[in-house]
Design a protein around this ligand. Structure first.
Ligand code: MG
Ligand code: MG
Length: 265
């Protein structure tokens, strides 16, 4: 059942989404060769608690940490470790918080130092597909329209779209209806309605779309061990249009990058 949110609830959800956005912005300035993902996890947990939230993933389904940290061929759900990051790697960080009874859920794939051009293209294409998906979250469209544009953009670039993991409704629960696959047919699935809040999150592989799970019971990796990227925004449908509740602006500020996100307000 889809739980629609009213204006007051969407305002609270924006606060949760802003906190995950600020947390990733804080981490952006810390990611470097030699830093461990466990250290980043510790920083994030303290930051979230200092800002009035609770880490959303800690203990969720038994997850042991605050952040999912997925390195290189890891797609999602990687567990932070004491292994130092290395120049040229890519690290996908997925951050959840619970604040004012509502979840924020947000992800970005960061380069560690200088990365090769193929990895940069994977990041660029995946992030672009997220914005295409957000732009498809409009009155009259259906959930399948979001997945369709993400899948088409990424497959046209030769990439694999993960099937087993999907975006989702967001609210007082981390995972609400509807599921939001990153693949689909135009005009299929649930009709989009005002008050829906969705976590749209393409998970895109350089090679095959197929994935498998590591023996740790959490980490999902690509079946061919090629790299994977993951970007996620929280988006509300308001008066027929997508309104982004999360933002990458804090990350761009930390990295000195131009603010390039399209605005939908
Ligand atoms: Mg997430
Ligand atoms: Mg999510």
């Amino acid at each position: 059942m889809v739980i629609l949110k009213n204006t007051d609830e969407i305002a609270l959800m924006r606060e949760s989404a802003q906190l995950v956005s600020k947390t990733l912005g804080m981490l952006a300035g810390e990611i470097a060769p030699g830093v461990t993902t466990l250290h980043l996890d510790t920083l994030a947990e303290a930051f979230i608690r200092d800002h009035g939230g609770v880490p959303g993933f800690l203990g969720m389904y038994g997850f042991p940490n605050s952040l999912c940290m997925s390195l290189n061929e890891q797609v999602v759900h990687g567990i932070p470790t004491g292994v130092p990051l290395q120049e040229g790697e890519i690290i996908s960080i997925d951050c959840g918080v619970l604040m004012n009874d509502f979840y924020g859920d947000h992800a970005y794939t960061f380069p560690v130092g200088e990365i090769d051009a193929e990895s940069q293209r994977l990041l660029d294409v995946t992030k672009a597909s997220l914005y295409l998906g957000i732009d498809a979250m409009r009155k009259g469209n259906r959930v399948g329209d979001i997945g369709y544009v993400i899948q088409k953009h990424c497959e046209d670039e030769g990439y694999g779209v993960v099937r087993e993991l999907v975006g989702h409704g967001l609210g007082r629960k981390l995972h609400e209806d509807p599921q939001v696959p990153n693949y689909g047919k135009r005009g299929s699935g649930k009709l989009l309605q005002d008050g829906m809040v969705l976590a749209i999150e393409p998970m895109i592989n350089m090679g095959t779309h197929r994935v498998r799970q590591l023996k740790d019971g959490w980490s999902i990796i690509t079946a061919d061990k090629q790299r994977s990227a993951h970007f996620e925004h929280d988006v509300a449908l308001v008066e027929g249009r997508p309104v982004m509740l999360s933002t990458f602006d804090y990350i761009y500020d930390a990295l000195g990058l131009p603010k390039e996100d399209p605005l939908f307000a």
